[in-house]
Design a binder for this molecule. Sequence first.
Ligand SMILES: CC(C)(COP(=O)(O)OP(=O)(O)OC[C@H]1O[C@@H](n2cnc3c(N)ncnc32)[C@H](O)[C@@H]1OP(=O)(O)O)[C@@H](O)C(=O)NCCC(=O)NCCS
Length: 297
Amino acid sequence: MEIKPTDCDENIIIAYSPTESHRFGRKVIRFNVRHSSWKHLRRTIESQFPELAIVRLPTDRLDLVNAIFKSFRSVYLADTAVEYGINLRNSEAKANGVRTVSKVIKAEERHLQDLDHLVSRSFFGYRNHYAANSDLPDFDLTLAYREWTRSCVWSSEKTCFMFYSESDVCGFFAADTKGKHFRGLLSGVLPEYRRRGVFKEMIRTVKVAFLAEGASHIVTRVLLENDPVHKVLQREGFSIVRRYFTIHINLRIPHITPPSRRWGRVLASLGQEPRHKKARLSDYGLRLDRFYSADPR
Ligand SMILES: CC(C)(COP(=O)(O)OP(=O)(O)OC[C@H]1O[C@@H](n2cnc3c(N)ncnc32)[C@H](O)[C@@H]1OP(=O)(O)O)[C@@H](O)C(=O)NCCC(=O)NCCS
């Protein structure tokens, strides 16, 4: 999922999501909140004119969660995730005992077909935070994840490993490998190879390979309910860095006929290219919670 940081203060990182905006036909903006007052968060959301705001908040900020639910009409608590991290320099490298994985390669252009197959089958039936938002049209998540892993093969700042059992491919691990803190993005094991320790072997291999490539740390994000991943990461020396909620706020304006020229100006300002980039809804005497989706609930 490609994102473009548009703005950043220490406490809220704002990123425009071109891929998702295109996929859903609405302006998707992410807000990763570390610390913020409600007033500041609200003002920050308003300043970007999103049609779908995806807000990530520490799980101990229930005050902000409550304020969001109170202020906007169409809000979904879409997932809860845990971020793990490990300092590779303080971590022991464990040898793989009984092995299912016999070979690992870095995926290249010529492996894309096998990689597509791996990703589609590993993530078949998987649901992420977009599935929780019923205001969004259905889409094929495996297709999105295929695009994402392909982009990791093409980018010089990303790496995608493919793991084989004998001659058959069985798993993959894609990561952002710039800087010293490498970030695990997406990984999976084919259903017929699950519960045989493949993921554990993958993590052990990745730790050694990334240390050799100059990483000091690996961080990765996992959904709260994904027990096998928590189990393996904890056993392999990762510890929890933070926990956070993903909240979707639908702010798309449905079918409004502007009753006046002033309304027309306001609506125009909410399009992809606001005429005054710095303008806020409050500049027009309006509050954001008057704009909500056509969702009847
Ligand atoms: C999550 C996933 C990678 C785990 O792969 P795996 O090779 O089966 O994992 P392992 O065999 O190393 O198992 C790790 C532990 O979890 C347990 N486990 C695996 N699948 C399980 C399941 N469905 N339910 C309960 N426990 C499970 C294993 O038994 C093992 O525990 P144990 O050592 O105490 O027996 C795989 O299920 C998968 O690809 N899922 C879909 C995609 C996904 O969730 N990717 C990760 C997030 S990006």
